[in-house]
Design a protein around this ligand. Structure first.
Ligand code: 6FA
Length: 767
């Protein structure tokens, strides 16, 4: 991560697992609905149809949505998937409910009528409606309908962020903050026509509710009958590791399925979260590099994983779609035996070369080749030069990391975020043997002892939510340093304390293999992350860029216009303006490296000094390669993934070296006229500042090592990235990396993925 840490825990909204709906009677109107209350915000969705008479299917239904007032808009999709489907959207506005039908393609005139039991009180709003001509419709991909004579999987979506113009029923709105599906047996969601017609006239109740035998019981098994055809490779997670793996696997011509729990990110993936100043473009928040800082102060941060209590991106691209995009080619030492890699990984350079061919870096991302807002570079480079540092093009000499500084290298192309999404994912999608599914959360692998036969997901449109493997098929977990361990725990792989948490969980406990099939591996141990300490300065030359606060809503007009015109200027770059490294020997005989990143602005300032807020800059100092501290991550009783033991400064030598590095950096500040340190101020020493630093703020979100590569007994995966004790389960993501890379890690992760996936392809016994 760059400069940010999850000071506050993200709210736990709950995972969007599909569950079964059932019969309920609304006491306000006596209507017998078939529906479901989702567990995140407690929004209820109900539907009821008239009976099928004389073979003529009904063309309409009555529905309702009941939502807490905190929920600002709700969408119901009875047909079950968001694309080419009937979408009904409603929100409360000044005592009324505003309603609309959304569908991109032709429909024979849906008629929406609000029924009288619609109401709003101090805690909830309720929309009861009749939807005529709403059961079937045409789409560019053929006719679609609500499957009223079978089992269906209606979808729902909602947001805690209001629509853009609440008086306009066709108002635009930002992407939902939560969504899900539930299973419903539409065949029983019908009542006598007379009763139904009475309800359409606003009559209350009447008639007995359908007998229990007519209605689905919430505990019954879904009757989804679709069984997907088996895949040769299933890759779980579309992040830094997963996209490299999926693309390379699909090059082999084998049948590859990529499952991603989140939704689209950049415009090319279907993302549409666009700043108010870029209407009509496909330049989403995830495309525009200069919007990076706005990831952390947005009212609708749907991209963060809600069930991981540090920052992690749950969308296409994973962390690479929301990060600062600092992209470093790894030095030799990152993959050396000394860093914990198996000897057979020693000659790693060709794999980094493959990565570089596919995704070159740039340190001048603006399309006009110029660099903007460079005052921070100028000030900090003066400080470093006077300490014997020299300037390099960093990625031209990855092995030179002592006393060097340079312009930040990014994964941007054409002034936009590129990363693995605009490269590996783009090419995978062109291949007919490659399939990907979004919003598909993998819960566990399905295994029979050592053999994995498929993955279980939240997809209720297929039998048991399971995507099967071919007989010699393989699963590759790429769900990240927290996501992959959780899937392993839920699959009965890991330390027994974590597996027992799963076993005791009401839902997950039903699917964990029996104890005698548990595989005891150190999943979650050996975790490291860079401890990072922020130093805040002022200098009269600095333009703090309004501390990045207005960039989403009201940026400096000329900068926004320049970017819109040609993807050039300040918005073509994320906030960092300089990076540097220095090596330190230590009394324990190890070498550790200090990394620094400088940028205009500051995430937080604690100072007794008066200061000019328009002249602030931050240097984040990290301890990187050579670090010896380790922590542990795991899950709690709600299955939220979280650090159990923080990985920072468990070895005091790490802290000693970082303090030394900071003192050295500050030692000759007087050589840079006008440079003033404001955080920490003169009320504390550097040692006390580091000692008293909030442990949560030490987090860099560069987590590695939770499924460490190495030898049996010490590691989770072997030198071919195969999980010990299994025949066909592999891991390719940050979690296999045995120790902190030299720099912000996504370059090293993608490079590791190149070698890892090549080993999987070459390994005998596969598809
Ligand atoms: N790394 C850098 O190199 N440079 C940076 O500037 C940088 N900045 C940041 C940063 O600013 C933030 C806020 C964060 C959170 C991280 C940063 N990092 C930076 C770190 C870098 O992004 C991560 O190290 C890197 O993305 C990790 O790559 P992995 O492949 O290990 O994991 P990802 O998180 O990228 O992807 C996991 C994917 O799996 C996600 O798309 C997720 O939605 C999906 N997933 C998780 N569980 C799943 C499940 N059960 N089913 C299906 N999909 C799942």
């Amino acid at each position: 991560m760059l400069l940010r840490s999850a000071l506050a825990l993200l709210p736990l909204l709950g995972t969007a697992l599909a569950q079964l709906g059932g019969l309920y009677t609304d006491p306000d109107n006596g209507i017998h609905f078939f529906g479901f209350t989702e567990p995140a915000q407690g929004v209820t969705f109900g539907y009821v149809f008239p009976l099928v008479v004389g073979g003529a299917p009904p063309t309409e239904f009555i529905g309702e949505i009941v939502a807490p007032v905190d929920v600002k808009w709700v969408g119901a999709v009875p047909g079950g998937a968001m694309v080419h489907n009937l979408l009904l959207v409603a929100w409360p506005w000044q005592g009324s409910v505003v309603q609309s039908v959304r569908i991109a393609t032709a429909m024979t005139g849906p008629i929406l009528t609000q029924l009288p039991s619609t109401k709003i009180n101090s805690t909830h709003w309720k929309w009861v409606y009749r939807c005529q001509n709403c059961v079937s419709w045409d789409t560019p991909v053929g006719p679609k309908n609500i499957p009223i004579d079978s089992f269906g999987v209606p979808a729902w979506a909602q947001s805690t962020v209001p629509v853009d113009n609440p008086t306009d029923p066709q108002s635009t709105f930002q992407e939902h903050t939560d969504f899900g599906f539930f299973g419903l047996d539409w065949t029983v969601a019908h009542v006598e026509n007379d009763l139904y017609q009475g309800w359409t006239r606003g009559e209350n109740g009447g008639g007995p509710p359908p007998t229990p035998t007519d209605s689905p019981t919430p505990t019954s098994t879904p009757t989804a009958t679709a069984v997907p055809s088996p895949y040769d490779y299933i890759v779980v997670g579309a992040g830094a590791g997963g996209l490299v793996a999926a693309d390379r696997l699909s090059e082999t011509g084998k049948k590859v399925l990529l499952l991603e729990r989140g939704g689209p990110s950049t415009g090319e993936t279907g993302g549409n979260y666009i700043a108010p100043w870029a209407p009509g473009t496909n330049l989403t928040k995830f495309d525009v590099p200069g919007l990076f800082e706005s990831m952390f102060n947005d009212g609708n941060p749907f991209w963060w994983c809600k069930d991981i209590n540090v920052f992690a991106g749950c969308l296409v691209g994973g962390g690479t779609s929301i990060n600062g995009a600092l992209y470093w080619l790894p030095p030799y030492s990152d993959f050396s035996p000394g860093a914990g890699w198996p000897n057979s990984w020693g000659n790693h350079a060709p794999w980094t070369e493959k990565l570089k061919q596919r995704l070159p870096s740039t340190d001048a991302p603006s399309t006009d080749g110029k660099r903007y807002l460079m005052q921070t570079f100028n000030v900090v480079s003066k400080l470093l030069s006077s300490q014997g540092y020299r300037q390099l093009t960093i990625n031209d000499a990855p092995d030179q990391k002592d006393h060097v500084f340079g312009y930040p290298a990014y994964n941007f192309q054409g002034g936009k975020r590129a990363g693995p999404v605009a490269t590996y994912f783009r090419s995978a999608k062109t291949r007919p043997n490659f399939t990907y599914k979004l919003y598909t959360n993998v819960l566990n692998v399905v295994r029979n002892g050592a053999q994995i036969t498929g993955v279980k997901t939240n997809d209720t449109s297929i039998v048991d939510g399971v995507y099967p493997l071919t007989q010699r098929g393989r699963v590759i977990l790429s769900a990240g340093s927290f996501g992959t361990p959780r899937i392993l725990f839920r699959s009965g792989i890991g330390p027994s304390d974590m597996l027992n948490i799963v076993k005791n969980h009401a839902e997950a406990g039903r699917f964990i293999p029996p104890d005698n099939q548990w595989i005891n591996l150190p999943v979650g141990y050996n975790v490291s992350d860079n401890p990072s300490i922020n130093l805040v300065f002022t200098h009269p030359d600095i333009d703090a860029y309004d501390n990045w606060a207005p960039i989403w809503n009201s940026p400096r007009p000329a900068d926004a216009a320049q970017y819109l015109k040609s993807q050039s200027g300040i918005f073509s770059q994320a906030s960092p303006r300089i990076n540097f490294w220095r090596a330190y020997g230590a009394p324990d005989g190890r070498t550790r490296w200090l990394q620094g990143t400088g940028r205009p602005g500051a995430a937080s300032i604690t100072t007794s000094y008066p200061y000019n807020a328009s002249q602030i800059l931050t240097i984040t100092t990290y301890l990187s390669s050579g670090i010896t501290s380790r922590g542990r991550i795991g899950i709690d009783a709600a299955l939220t993934a979280r650090p159990l033991i923080g990985p920072w400064f468990t070895d005091p030598m790490d802290k000693q070296v970082l303090i030394q590095g900071i003192n050295d950096l500050l030692s000759n500040m007087k050589n840079v006229s006008g440079l003033r340190l404001i955080t920490p101020d003169n009320t504390t020493t550097i040692t006390d500042y580091v000692n008293n630093y909030d442990p949560g703020s030490l987090n860099s979100n560069h987590w590695v090592g939770s499924c460490i590569i190495g030898t049996q007994g010490k590691a989770v995966v072997d030198e071919n990235t195969k999980v010990f004790g299994t025949n066909n389960l592999f891991v390719i993501d940050a979690s296999i990396i045995p120790s902190m890379p030299m720099s912000n890690p996504h370059g090293a992760i993608m490079s590791a993925a190149e070698q890892g996936v090549a080993r999987i392809i070459a390994l005998s016994g596969g598809p």
